[in-house]
Design a binder for this molecule. Structure first.
Ligand code: DGI
Ligand code: FE
Ligand code: FE
Length: 198
């Protein structure tokens, strides 16, 4: 277990796990997540912390992530699937074991930040959307997601996940089931009471 007792010490540990560009992205996600939390009524402190931690082991060797996932009995479809997804699931484990993060809301926000899932919590949505729209992000369609994120978090997330699935299909990559389930869940709530535009 690594020892930290304030934000600066935590950030130094986060900083040591990744290259410059990933760290800049990490700070951007924390800032965007805090703002989205304020806008939509999630806990801004938790959102910021989850942002700092969400890509904690993104730059780790895949073998190291794989070993952690196997040790924690992660499902076969994850282990045999796209390695890009591993950092989210391994990250949720590692920030608990190495940094002592125990808050299940934060752990889940990290675990599902890449794929999403059906029935995402507000904090999970905030971190997932922040990951797409933080200021250093630059991909086709990001502006539209940024604009939507100011007025409708679910709609922004559906647009973002839909774009990711389109990108994956174009590249003939697998769509992880949770990503599709997250998308379907958001789309099927659209227009219902409590759904998009509530
Ligand atoms: O870690 P970041 O780059 O900040 O962003 P992220 O955690 O959303 O990871 C993005 C990568 O994950 C990108 O290469 C696409 C990939 N990805 C996301 N959802 C899926 C996926 N890859 C596959 N194969 N299937 C998915 O459902
Ligand atoms: Fe990530
Ligand atoms: Fe990220």
């Amino acid at each position: 277990m690594k020892v930290w007792s304030n934000r600066e010490e935590l950030l130094a540990l986060v900083r040591a796990q990744m290259h410059d560009k990933r760290y800049t992205h990490t700070l951007g996600v924390a800032d965007s997540a805090r703002k989205l939390a304020v806008r939509y009524g999630a806990d801004p402190e938790k959102a910021e912390l989850a942002g700092y931690l969400h890509d904690y082991c993104k730059c780790w060797p895949v073998d190291k992530m794989f070993e952690i996932l196997v040790r924690h009995d992660m499902p076969t479809d994850l282990l045999e699937g796209e390695k890009e997804l591993w950092h989210a699931f391994a990250g949720a484990i590692v920030i608990q074991t190495d940094l002592g993060i125990m808050d299940p809301e934060i752990l889940q926000a990290v675990r599902y930040h890449t794929t999403g899932r059906a029935g995402m919590t507000l904090l999970e949505k905030v971190v997932c959307v922040a990951d797409y729209i933080e200021p250093n992000r630059n991909f086709p369609g990001v502006e539209q997601i940024r604009e939507l994120a100011e007025k409708d978090l679910d709609a922004a997330l559906a647009l973002a996940l839909g774009g990711t699935m389109q990108f994956l299909i174009e590249k003939q990559k697998t769509v992880f089931p949770l990503t599709l389930l997250a998308y379907n869940d958001l789309i099927s709530r659209k227009g219902r009471v409590g759904g998009f535009n509530g």
